[in-house]
Design a protein around this ligand. Structure first.
Ligand code: C2E
Ligand code: MG
Ligand code: MG
Length: 722
C-alpha cells in the first residue's frame, strides 16, 4: 500500500458493506477488512443491502449472490439503477464459478467478482486495489468534466485526426462551443472541412494536409459556419503525432472561437481611429493618411490639398438646442460631405485627385485631403462645391430646419507647409480668414495670413496694456426720436482705442481680439464705468443726455455677477438705473434663453433698459422674444443701407417695425445715412434712429454740444428742405 493511500484511508475511513446471509462469512470478512483499517457494515440479504446503501453510502460493496428475500444480482442491478449507485464499486462474491454467472454479474453492473472460497490473506489487498481504481476513475471523470467546462469557457474544442483511417473526432465541448451538429468521425477531414464556408475549405485543408505530410505543426485562422448559418472566426492550432518509426499517425489540435476577440479588436481599432459619432476617421487616422499622402506626393512630384472645414455658428446651435441637436447636425454634415465626394460630377471628378480622405478632427472641424494632385487650380472649385452641397437643402435638427453653412481654409503641400502640422495650422489660419470675411466661404492660405496672425498676437499684447496706459476712449453717438421731430433721447457709447502713433483703432478690429483672449471682461468693465462717470459729469454740468447705451459682449453677459457689477457702477456715480441701457446681440440672448431670461428680468427689475442690437442678423425665435423683458430692437444697419433700393430689405424693416408694435418694443434704426432712409423709416413708424446723417460717434466734449433740445430738429428741418 502506498504512503498516500494509507494516510487517505486513516483520514476518511473507507466504508465497506458486506452482504451475506451467512453470519460466519460476514464475521470473517469483517475480521479481515478491519485489520486493514477499513470500516465495515453488514446486511443479510439484498433488500437490506439496498437500505444500508441508501443510508450510509459505502465506498464498496461485497455482495453474495445467493440470498433469501432478494438475491445479489437483483440487488446489484437495483443499486446500479439508482442515481447514487451509478459509480459505487460492487464486487460479487460468487460460489458459482461458471461463465454464465460471471457474465450475469457484469450484465447487472458489477465492477468485479471474487470467488468462494475466499482467499482471506489477499481479500483486503483486492479491496484496497479496487478502491484505488475507483478513486482513479473518479478523479479522471472529474478532470475530464473540468476540462470540458474549461474548454467551453475558453470557447475551445479539441480534435483528433487519425491519418491512416481518416477518422476525425471532436471533444464533447464541440456542441456547446459551435452549437449542435458535428460531423461523424468517419467523415474524416472532408467532414471537418464541410463545416467551413466554401471559400475557406481549400486553404485550411491544404494547410492541415501539408503539415501532416511534413510532420510540422500548423496554426491558422479561418471561419466556421454554425448550424444556424452564422459565421464565426476561429483559430486552429495543430500538432502531428509520430510513431516510434517516425511516421505521422495522428494529428491533433485545438480550435478556438475568437469571434468575440476579433470583434473587440475591431471595436478597439475603430475607437482608436474613428470618430464614434460620424464614423469618419479621427484626427489620429487623419494624421496617418496625411503623412502617407505627403510621402507619396514627394515620390511622384504631385501636390496634396488640405481643406479645413469648420461649421458656422455651430456653438450657438449646440448651446441653444442642446448637445444632442449638435450631434445630429454633425451627422448630417458628415453625410453631406460624403455625398459630395461620392456624387460623380462633384468633388472627386473635378479634382481629378488620386485619392481623398475625409476626417473629423473633433468638435465641428472636418478635413478633406485631396492627394496626388497635378493641378491645384481645381481645389477652389472643390471647396465651392462642398459648401454648395452642404447648404443645398436645410436639414432637420430637433424639429427645426437648419441650413448647414461652413467656412473652409485651404493649404497646399508642399507650397504652404512642409509637414502635416504646418499644413493644418495654415489651413486653420485660412479658415479663420474665411470666417472673418463673412463665413460660408473659403480662403486659400497665403503667407500674408501669417503676418496677419502675428499682428493679431501683438495686438493682444498691446491691448493688455491699453487699459493701464489709458489708451481707451469712449465716443458717443446720439439716438433720436423720429416721432418728435428728431429729439435727442440718448447716446450709444462706443469704445475706441487710441494707440500712440497709430491713430484710432476701430472696435471691429480689436473687440474680436478682446473677445477671443478674454480681455473683453476688463475692457467691458472699463466701458461701463467710464460711461457712468460721463453721465454723472454731464449731469453735474446741468446737462440731460437721456439714457446711454452700452454694448455688452457675449462673455461679459455670461460672466458671474454682471448684475452686481452694473449696479455698483451706477451706485458709484449715484445714477438712477433708467439712465443706462444695455445692448445685447440676438445670439448672446438666444444662447441658453432660460438662464438668460432670469438675468434679464433681474436687470429689468433693477430699472435698466435692455435692447437687442444688430437685430435681424442672427437666429431669433419669436416665441422667446415674446417672453424676454426687452425695451427695444435695433435694426442692423445692413438692412437700413438699401432700404430705398432693395425691396427685400424694405420688407424686412417693415416687418420688424410691425413686430415691435405687436410686442410693444421700440424700434431703433441703426446706420441712417441719407434723408431718404430717414423719411422711409419715419413714414413706416420706426420710433428711433441713429446714424451719420445726424452725427458720427463723437468724443464726449463734442457730444455734449448736441445735448440741446433743438439741435437736431433744426438740422432735420434743414435737411428735409434741402
Ligand atoms: P454696434 O453696437 O452695432 O454699433 C454701431 C456701429 O455702427 C458703430 O460702429 C457706429 O460707429 C456705426 N455707425 C453708426 N452710424 C453709422 C452710419 O450711419 N453708417 C455707418 N456705416 N456706420 C454707422 P463702431 O463704433 O465701429 O462699433 C462697431 C461695433 O463694435 C459695435 O456695433 C459694437 O458691436 C462693437 N462695440 C463698440 N463699442 C463697444 C463696447 O464698448 N463694448 C463692446 N462689447 N462692443 C463694442
Ligand atoms: Mg450697439
Ligand atoms: Mg448695431
Amino acid at each position: 500500500m502506498s504512503e498516500t493511500m494509507s494516510t487517505m484511508a486513516s483520514r476518511d475511513e473507507r466504508l465497506i458493506l458486506v452482504v451475506d446471509d451467512d453470519l460466519a462469512m460476514r464475521l470473517l470478512m469483517r475480521e479481515s477488512l478491519e485489520q486493514a483499517d477499513l470500516r465495515v457494515i453488514e446486511a443479510e440479504n439484498g433488500e437490506q443491502a439496498i437500505e444500508r446503501f441508501e443510508k450510509e453510502r459505502p465506498d464498496l460493496i461485497l455482495m453474495d449472490v445467493q440470498m433469501p428475500v432478494l438475491d445479489g444480482f437483483s440487488a446489484c442491478a437495483r443499486i446500479r439503477a439508482s442515481a447514487a449507485g451509478e459509480q459505487v464499486t460492487i464486487v460479487m462474491v460468487t460460489g458459482l464459478e461458471d461463465v454464465a454467472s460471471i457474465q450475469r454479474a457484469y450484465d447487472v453492473g458489477a465492477t468485479d467478482f471474487i470467488t468462494k472460497p475466499v482467499n482471506w490473506p489477499i481479500l483486503n489487498h483486492r479491496v484496497r486495489y479496487l478502491l484505488r481504481a475507483a478513486d482513479a476513475i473518479h478523479s479522471l471523470r472529474e478532470s475530464e468534466h473540468k476540462l470540458s467546462q474549461a474548454q467551453v469557457v475558453a470557447r475551445l474544442v479539441h480534435w483528433e485526426w487519425d491519418l491512416d483511417k481518416d477518422i476525425w473526432c471532436w471533444s464533447p465541448s464541440f456542441a456547446s462551443v459551435f452549437g449542435g451538429l458535428r460531423e461523424e468521425p468517419e467523415a474524416g477531414i472532408e467532414g471537418f472541412l464541410s463545416l467551413l464556408p466554401g471559400s475557406e475549405r481549400a486553404r485550411v485543408g491544404n494547410a492541415l494536409k501539408s503539415a501532416a505530410a511534413q510532420c510540422a505543426s500548423c496554426s491558422i485562422d479561418h471561419a466556421i459556419r454554425h448550424p444556424d448559418g452564422e459565421i464565426h472566426n476561429v483559430h486552429t492550432q495543430a500538432e502531428v503525432i509520430v510513431d516510434p518509426a517516425g511516421k505521422a499517425t495522428r494529428m491533433h489540435g485545438i480550435m478556438q472561437d475568437i469571434s468575440e476577440r476579433k470583434k473587440a479588436e475591431e471595436r478597439i481599432y475603430f475607437l482608436a481611429f474613428y470618430d464614434a459619432l460620424t464614423g469618419l476617421p479621427n484626427r489620429q487616422l487623419f494624421m496617418e493618411h496625411a503623412q502617407r499622402a505627403l510621402r507619396q506626393a514627394d515620390a511622384d512630384g504631385k501636390r496634396v490639398a488640405l481643406l479645413y472645414l469648420d461649421l458656422d455658428q455651430f456653438k450657438r446651435i449646440n448651446d441653444t438646442w442642446g448637445h444632442s441637436a449638435g450631434d445630429e447636425l454633425l451627422r448630417h454634415v458628415s453625410r453631406r460631405l460624403q455625398e459630395s465626394l461620392q456624387d460623380p460630377d462633384k468633388v472627386s471628378q473635378i479634382a481629378n485627385a488620386e485619392g481623398y480622405s475625409l476626417s473629423r478632427l473633433g468638435g465641428d472641424e472636418f478635413t478633406l485631403l485631396l492627394s496626388g494632385l497635378e493641378d491645384t487650380q481645381v481645389v477652389a472649385q472643390v471647396a465651392d462645391r462642398v459648401l454648395e452641397h452642404l447648404s443645398t437643402e436645410p436639414v432637420r435638427v430637433s424639429g427645426q430646419d437648419i441650413y448647414i453653412r461652413a467656412s473652409i481654409g485651404i493649404a497646399v503641400y508642399p507650397d504652404d507647409g512642409k509637414g502635416v502640422e504646418t499644413l493644418l495650422k495654415n489651413a486653420d489660419t485660412a479658415m479663420y480668414q474665411a470666417k472673418r470675411s463673412g463665413r460660408d466661404t473659403f480662403r486659400c492660405y497665403t503667407n500674408q495670413m501669417n503676418a496677419q496672425f502675428a499682428k493679431r498676437l501683438s495686438m493682444e499684447t498691446r491691448l493688455k496694456q491699453a487699459i493701464e496706459r489709458d489708451e481707451l476712449v469712449l465716443h458717443y453717438q446720439p439716438k433720436l426720436d423720429l416721432s418728435e421731430n428728431c429729439r435727442l433721447i440718448g447716446f450709444e457709447a462706443l469704445v475706441r482705442w487710441e494707440q500712440p502713433g497709430m491713430g484710432l483703432v476701430p472696435p471691429d478690429e480689436f473687440i474680436p481680439v478682446a473677445e477671443d483672449s478674454g480681455l473683453i471682461i476688463p475692457v467691458g468693465e472699463w466701458v461701463l464705468d467710464t460711461a457712468c462717470r460721463q453721465i454723472r459729469d454731464w449731469r453735474a454740468h446741468g446737462l440731460s443726455p437721456g439714457h446711454v447705451g452700452v454694448n455688452l459682449s457675449f462673455q461679459q453677459f455670461k460672466q458671474q455677477g454682471l448684475l452686481r457689477q452694473v449696479l455698483n457702477a451706477l451706485g458709484r456715480y449715484l445714477l438712477e438705473p433708467s439712465m443706462l441701457e444695455l445692448e445685447l446681440t440676438e445670439s448672446t440672448v438666444m444662447h441658453d434663453v432660460d438662464t438668460n431670461t432670469v438675468l434679464l428680468r433681474n436687470l429689468k427689475e433693477a430699472g435698466i433698459s435692455l435692447s437687442i442690437d444688430d437685430f435681424g442678423t442672427g437666429y431669433s425665435s419669436l416665441s422667446y422674444l415674446k417672453q424676454l423683458p426687452l425695451d427695444a430692437l435695433k435694426i442692423d444697419r445692413s438692412f437700413v443701407k438699401d432700404i430705398t433700393t432693395d425691396s427685400n430689405d424694405a420688407a424686412i424693416i417693415r416687418a420688424i417695425i410691425a413686430l415691435g408694435k405687436t410686442l410693444d418694443l421700440k424700434i431703433v434704426a441703426e446706420g441712417v445715412e441719407t434723408h431718404e432712409q430717414l423719411e422711409y423709416l419715419r413714414q413706416h413708424g420706426c420710433d428711433y434712429a441713429q446714424g451719420y446723417l445726424f452725427s458720427r460717434p463723437l468724443p464726449a466734449v463734442d457730444a455734449e454740444k448736441l445735448i440741446d433740445v433743438t439741435f437736431f430738429s433744426r438740422r432735420a428741418g434743414k435737411l428735409s428742405t434741402a
